[in-house]
Design a protein around this ligand. Structure first.
Ligand code: TRP
Ligand code: SF4
Length: 404
C-alpha cells in the first residue's frame, strides 16, 4: 500500500548568519531529523534571506553556509534521506519571486507583522530596503517552488506561512482560470476511470455542500495517487474540488515545531543576539567554563545560604537534561544549602558534553573532508532544481510566458 500514499513534501530553510547552538538543536534540528524519515524533505541554507539583513557585511553569510551544513549533518540530518541545498544555487527561487512580485499587493507585504517588528528590533541596520520588504515573498517562492505541503517553522514564522497561502490562492485565482475549465475538469475525471471518478464526485459534493474538510483531504489524496492523470489535469481536478480554477500552486500548511524554548546561559531564551549560547562545536572545556560561570539564584550569596531552583537559570537546564532523581537532589540540596552551585552544575555540564560529543566528532570528520559537503550540496541542488523547474514551467505557462 505504501506506493499509494502520495509524497508529502516538506520544505524548510535556515538563515546562515553564524554558528548554530543548542537552541537550534533542540528547537529545530531534532525536529528535522525526525521529519526526514516521515516525509520527502528539502532543507536549504537561505543565504539570500540572510542578505536581506546582512547586505552590508555579506562575508559572514558566505562563511556560515558550509559551517551550517556541517552542523546539520553532524546533528543527524542524513543527506540520503533529505535533500540539502543552498538557496542561491537554485535560480528558480529568484524567478518565482520575481513573477509573484508582479501580483503581490504592496499592502500585503507592509502588514506582515515581522516587517515592522524587525525594523524596530534591528534599529542599528537600515532595513528600509526593497529586499527586506520582500522577505516574506522570497520565502513564499522558496515554498511554492516545491509545492510543499508542510513547512516546519517556529511560532514567529506563522505569519509568513499565512502570507504564502494568500499568495498561492491569489495566483491560482488569477492564473488558474480557463474558459472551458469545467469541461476540462470533467474530461479529466472521465480519464480517471469509473470507480475513482465516482468516489471523487461523492467527496467533492461532501466538501462543497457540507463543508466536510476530511472529504476534501481524502479526495486530494485520491487525485494525487492517480497514475494516468497528467500534471495539468491533476491541477484541474484539485482546483475543481474547491470549485475554483486549476490549483497550480497548492497552499502550504505550517508544521509548528513544539518549541522547546531552550534556555540561555542567563535565563533568557538562548539566542545569538543575547550572547548566551552554547554552540554545537563548543569544546568540553568551553562548555565547562560557560556553565560554571552561569549566574544562579541571586539569594545564594554564600554557600551556606539556601536557594530556590525556581529563581535560578541553571534549573531549566536540569529540567531538560537531568533525571527525576537528579532533579530531586537539586531541589532538596539547593533549598537546604546542602549542595553548592558548582556541584549542582556538574550534571548539566556532563549531560551537555555527552550530547555534543558525537556531534563534535562528526563535525570534525566533515571539516577534514571539504569535498563531501560540496558533493552533498551539488547533488541536493540538482534534485531541488529539477522539482523547482517543473513548477516554473507550469507557472510560466500559466502567466503566458511560453508563447509559441
Ligand atoms: N524565514 C525563515 C527564518 O527566519 C527562514 C526561511 C527562509 C524559511 N525561507 C524559508 C523557512 C522557507 C521555511 C521555509 O527562520
Ligand atoms: Fe541554582 Fe543549583 Fe545553585 Fe540552586 S544549587 S542556586 S539550583 S545552581
Amino acid at each position: 500500500m505504501a506506493a499509494l500514499v502520495p509524497v508529502t513534501r516538506v520544505v524548510s530553510g535556515m538563515r546562515p548568519t553564524g554558528r548554530l547552538h543548542l537552541g537550534h538543536y533542540h528547537g529545530v534540528l531534532k525536529n528535522w531529523v525526525r521529519l526526514q524519515h516521515e516525509y520527502e524533505c528539502l532543507f536549504f541554507v537561505a543565504d539570500w534571506h540572510a542578505l536581506t539583513t546582512h547586505y552590508e557585511g555579506p562575508a559572514v553569510v558566505a562563511r556560515s553556509v558550509r559551517e551550517m551544513v556541517i552542523d546539520w549533518l553532524a546533528a543527524g540530518i542524513d543527506a540520503h534521506s533529505a535533500t540539502l541545498f543552498v538557496q542561491s544555487d537554485i535560480p528558480q527561487h529568484a524567478e518565482l519571486h520575481l513573477l509573484l512580485s508582479m501580483m503581490t499587493p504592496l499592502a500585503w507585504l507592509e502588514r506582515v507583522p515581522t516587517y515592522k517588528d524587525q525594523q524596530e528590533r534591528l534599529r542599528e541596520k537600515d532595513l528600509d530596503t526593497y529586499g527586506f520588504l520582500g522577505y516574506p515573498l522570497l520565502q513564499t517562492a522558496d515554498i511554492l517552488a516545491y509545492r510543499a505541503a508542510f513547512v516546519p517553522v517556529g511560532e514567529d514564522q506563522i505569519p509568513h506561512i499565512e502570507f504564502s497561502r494568500e499568495i498561492a490562492r491569489r495566483f491560482n485565482y488569477l492564473y488558474g482560470r480557463e474558459k472551458d475549465f469545467v469541461e476540462r475538469a470533467e474530461e479529466a475525471l472521465r480519464k480517471m476511470g469509473r470507480k475513482p471518478a465516482k468516489a471523487y464526485q461523492d467527496l467533492r459534493v461532501a466538501y462543497l455542500e457540507r463543508g466536510d474538510s476530511e472529504a476534501l483531504d481524502t479526495a486530494r489524496a485520491l487525485v494525487e495517487r492517480q497514475p494516468n492523470v497528467t500534471l495539468g489535469d491533476k491541477e484541474r481536478l484539485l482546483g475543481y474540488l474547491e470549485g475554483n480554477g486549476r490549483l497550480i500552486l497548492p497552499e502550504p500548511q505550517p508544521l509548528l515545531t513544539n518549541e522547546s524554548r531552550m534556555p540561555g546561559l542567563d535565563g533568557q531564551k538562548m539566542s545569538k543576539s543575547y550572547g548566551n549560547t552554547i554552540s554545537l562545536r563548543e569544546t568540553p572545556d568551553e562548555v565547562t567554563k560557560k556553565v560554571r560561570t552561569m549566574p544562579t539564584d541571586p539569594s545564594r550569596v554564600r554557600r551556606a545560604d539556601p536557594g530556590e531552583p525556581g529563581r535560578c537559570p541553571v534549573w531549566p537546564f536540569h529540567v531538560i537534561y537531568s533525571s527525576t532523581e537528579t532533579r530531586a537532589w537539586v531541589e532538596e540540596g539547593c533549598r537546604s544549602a546542602r549542595i553548592g552551585c558548582l556541584e549542582c552544575k556538574q550534571p548539566v555540564i556532563d549531560a551537555i558534553n555527552a550530547e555534543l560529543a558525537p556531534i563534535r566528532v562528526r563535525a570534525e570528520e566533515l571539516e577534514q573532508d571539504p569535498s563531501r559537503v560540496r558533493t552533498i550540496l551539488a547533488e541536493g541542488a540538482r534534485r531541488a532544481r529539477d522539482i523547482a523547474e517543473e513548477t516554473l514551467v507550469d507557472v510560466r505557462r500559466a502567466m503566458n510566458l511560453i508563447w509559441d
